[in-house]
Design a protein around this ligand. Sequence first.
Ligand SMILES: [Zn+2]
Length: 440
Amino acid sequence: MHKNHFVRYGTAAEQKYMREYQHTYDGIAINGTILAHIPKAISAFMHKDVNKKFFVDPMTHSFQHELDKITSAKGEIKSSIKKLIEAYGEPINIISNKNRPIKNTDFTTKNKKSFVQNVLLFQDQHIMRNIDEEYREYIEYNPTLRREPSFLIAPYFYLKQSSIDSWLDLNTELLEIALTLKKKFNNKDVYAQVVIDKRLLLNASKIDDLINKYSIADGLLYWIDGLDETDSSKDELKSIRNLINKYKKKNPTKRIISLYGGYFSELLLNDGLYGIVHGLEYGETRDVVPVGGGIPLSKYYLPELRKRIPAARMLSLLKSLKIDTIEKFHDEICNCKVCKKVVNSKVVDFNDFIRSKPEPKTIRYSSGRVRQIYYPERESKELCLFHYLEIKNAEIKRIKKEKKETLIKDLNNSYKKYIKFFSEDEINYLNLWAEVVECE
Ligand SMILES: [Zn+2]
C-alpha cells in the first residue's frame, strides 16, 4: 500500500496532536522557515516522538516578495527568515545587506552553486544537526535512528504570468545545478517544486513548457497560490488534473505531490497523483504571501460536504436535518472514534464540539475599530481537529479502495441531500469535482 498522506508541521504547540494522532497519516512536510526558527524542538520531535518519513520545503520563494511580508511590525526582518538567510548565504543575504527583496539578476555563475548547495544541505542535515548531545550518542550506536528527508527539493521561486520567463529560466538552472550535486547527498532524489499563480494554471502552453523543463528532476511538488478547491472554476480544477496527467505521461515512474489540497486532490490519488499534504489548522488552501491571521472560528469538518462548517451553521444544520438522537448523528453525520466518544448522551449535544470561551477577547484593528469575539475553547478546538484527522485518514483509505463511480456517486448524493439547506453557490463544488474526476 502507498504511504503518501503527509501532514504539514505547523507550530510547536501542534506537536502533541501530531504525536497522538500519528496513526492517521504517513509522513510529515516541514517548511524551512519553521525549521530555521525552532530546529531543536523539531529535531527532538522527529527523532523521538514520531517515526515518519519527511521532506523539508526550502521556502526559497520567501525572499522574492515585498519586504513587508517578511518583516515584523517594527520593520525588522523576522527572526525565522533571518536564520534561513544565514543558512542559505549569498546572494540571499542581499535582503539584510541592501534591505530589498532578491531579484533574479542577483544570481551569478559564482553564487548559484554555493546557494543551491546550502539549500540542499539545510534540508538534508538541519534536523540531524540539531539533536541534543545525549541522543546523538545514542544514534552513533544505532544509525537506523538517524532522521533524514526522503528526498530533497531544488531551490525555486514563485512564478506568475507577468514575470514567468525570467524566473522560470533561473528555476531551471538552479534545478540543473541541484541534480549535479546529488552525489554529495547520498544520491537522494532531487524534486522540483512548482509554485504558481492561479491564472498561470490556465495557460496550457506555459504549463507544458514548465513540465518539460521540470521533467529533468526526480519528482515534482506543486502549489497553486490561493487555490481553494471548494471555490474554483471547472477550468481550474480541470487544469490541475491536466497538470498531473501531462506530468505522468512524460514521467510515468516519477512521483507528483500536491502541497495544499482537500478532497478533490485526494480523489486524484487514483489518477496519477502520488501524495497529498494538508495542515492541521487550515492547510487545504494557502496563499503564497500570507495575509494575516484571521479569526479562529470553531469549525467542524462535515464528512459529506468535505468541508469545515462554522459551529453556528452546524447547529442550525443539525436542526434542519432533524438529527436529534445519537444514532441519527452517527448514521448521518459521523461515526468516527472521536464522534462516538463525544456524541454519546441520549440527546445530541453538539455543544461539546463547539464550546466557546465565556469571556470575549477584544480585537483592535489598525483602523481603530474594536471587535469582541469568542474564542473556541481549547478542548473543543482539539476535538474538531481529532475528528478531522480521523476523517482525512478514512477518506484516503476509502478513495484507494472504492471504484471511481462509487466515489462520484458519493459526491452527487451529498449534493442532493444538502442543496435543501445551502445555496447552489455554496456547494456546487461537489458537482464540479465529480464532473472533472469523471471525464476521461
Ligand atoms: Zn467524526
